[in-house]
Design a protein around this ligand. Structure first.
Ligand SMILES: [Mn+2]
Length: 469
């Protein structure tokens, strides 16, 4: 299990050192927060070791991408946080090259000539165990123990893949221990509010989903009234908005008590408002990159808006990249708000099908394809639908329709398996992702057919689930 995986890491690095022969390495990484973090880890490690490399980020690996790669003059390819779902296609196009795949996505058939490092191949199937950047981290650490200080980047990646749930488990826990022992992360227990470093206090409260604060979550007025009741001023002496980190100890105590009191009578444990806070010690207090969770959001937005190099630049202390990243973050937030708005306004139209146990959202061109998954995740947390409801959302990309599947709350359901069955009925299209969050691309002209089949199959699935219970 874990031991086998760690042995495989050593074996992979050994093969890598044998095959690389001082030639430049071609890295291809997944364009999302985890993929960006993987790329940041590998490029830092290679840079330190004077290993030359060329890097690019892709959203998926179709035949076109692989064909382009096969024409490039490189002999050694590393795919990070991507590749496991495309083993056959990679072999078809890059069969004559040395290929390393450092990934954590599920795969059907493990047969490949490539060196395939993936926890699933070693019996590690728990989704929260390790991310793509975690795999890249273990690889880099095995290359040189000095790379232990890159461990914090793997935590940012894991957070981006939603593997942090009130703490880390499994291989991620080992990475956290490395991050603490190398002095890069300071772990404290604090109020579980997102944006403690950067958001105005009343905004952090308004957007707080975990913990859910009755009368405050989702309402700016409610949040302002709440602070007023607690006698906590919204502004600092210099008239700027107060953030959580600006609160005095006394004010923080009042706030915590206030939240606990508000949550009395709710189903959850009212005191369950504390959680781990991961501060990156080398980053400035009050910056977007100080809190690992905020850093992860920043990378997510760089990836979603198609500007991965800006996200990568922040790991190389590039001031300009930092400024640009902060600008992107506000664009990103605005786009998400517009998308949510579209959703609310269209709930009673043919674009959104709300059925018992599942919802089908067909955004077409109204939501950016790279935001549709985020929108679906947000909708799943809005308390609009029952726990266990499946949210299927769709949006147009260039010539295709991007499909994404999410679940309200947590339940042991294999969404990826479900999506595979539905997609399989309209053709041979790749389904990527994991049990609880997955996606696919289908040609736009098959959209109508897809919705019809999805509607039938999901209603059948929900019915069978109910009987099983
Ligand atoms: Mn990943």
């Amino acid at each position: 299990m874990r031991g086998d995986f760690l042995l495989a890491v050593k074996e992979t690095v050994k093969r890598f050192n044998e095959l690389r022969q001082n030639k430049p390495i071609r890295i291809v990484s997944h364009m999302d927060c985890d993929g960006l973090s993987s790329a940041a880890i590998l490029s830092n490690a290679f840079y330190r070791h004077n290993i030359k490399f060329v890097l690019s980020m892709v959203r998926f690996l179709d035949n076109n991408v692989l064909e382009e790669l096969s024409k490039e003059p490189y002999d050694l390819f590393i795919f990070s946080d991507i590749g496991s779902s495309y083993l056959k296609d990679i072999e078809k196009h890059l069969g004559s090259k040395s290929v390393f795949i450092l990934d954590h996505h599920m795969f059907e058939d493990s047969r490949t000539k490539a060196v395939h490092l993936n926890p699933h191949a070693y019996g590690i199937h728990d989704y929260a165990e390790v991310s793509g950047s975690g795999v890249a981290y273990f690889f880099s650490k095995s290359l040189d123990e000095a790379n232990m200080d890159l461990s914090y980047i793997a935590l940012i990646g894991a957070i981006g893949d939603i593997q942090e749930k009130n703490g880390f488990t499994g291989l991620n826990q080992i990475i956290l221990e490395d991050a603490i022992s190398s002095g890069k992360i300071s772990l404290t227990k604090g109020l579980k509010l997102f944006g403690t470093q950067t958001r105005p206090l009343h905004k952090a409260l308004e957007y707080s989903i975990d913990p859910y604060i009755p009368g405050v979550t989702g309402s700016e007025d409610g949040a302002m009234l709440f602070l007023n009741e607690l006698n906590i001023s919204m502004r600092n002496k210099d008239n700027t908005y107060k953030k959580v980190i600006d609160l005095t100890e006394e004010e923080l105590k009042q706030l915590v008590t206030g939240i606990i009191l508000r949550r009395l009578g709710s189903e959850e444990n009212p005191e369950d408002i504390f959680g781990p806070v991961y501060s990156i010690t080398s980053e400035e207090e009050g910056s977007t990159t100080r809190d690992a969770k905020e850093y992860s959001t920043l990378l997510n937005c760089c990836a979603r808006l198609g500007k991965p190099s800006i996200g990568l630049g922040t790991f190389f202390k590039n001031k300009k990249a930092m400024e640009n990243a902060t600008g992107l973050l506000s664009t990103y937030k605005k786009e998400i708000i517009i998308s949510l708005d579209w959703f609310h306004k269209n709930r009673k139209t043919t674009s959104i099908m709300e059925k018992h146990g599942y919802v089908i959202i067909n955004a077409e061109d109204n939501v950016r394809d790279t935001l549709i998954g985020t929108l679906a995740s947000m909708i799943s947390k809005l308390n609009l639908y029952d726990l266990g409801t499946i949210i299927l959302s769709m949006a147009h990309s260039a010539n295709e329709t991007k499909i994404s599947l999410r679940l309200v709350g947590y339940k042991d359901v294999d969404l990826r398996g479900i999506l595979q069955k539905i997609v399989g009925k309209v053709g041979n299209h790749i389904v990527g992702g994991h049990k609880i969050a997955c996606g696919a691309l289908i040609p736009q002209e098959k959209e109508f057919e897809f919705i019809k089949i999805a509607d039938q199959m999901l209603s059948k699935f929900v019915l069978e689930e109910n009987i099983a219970i």
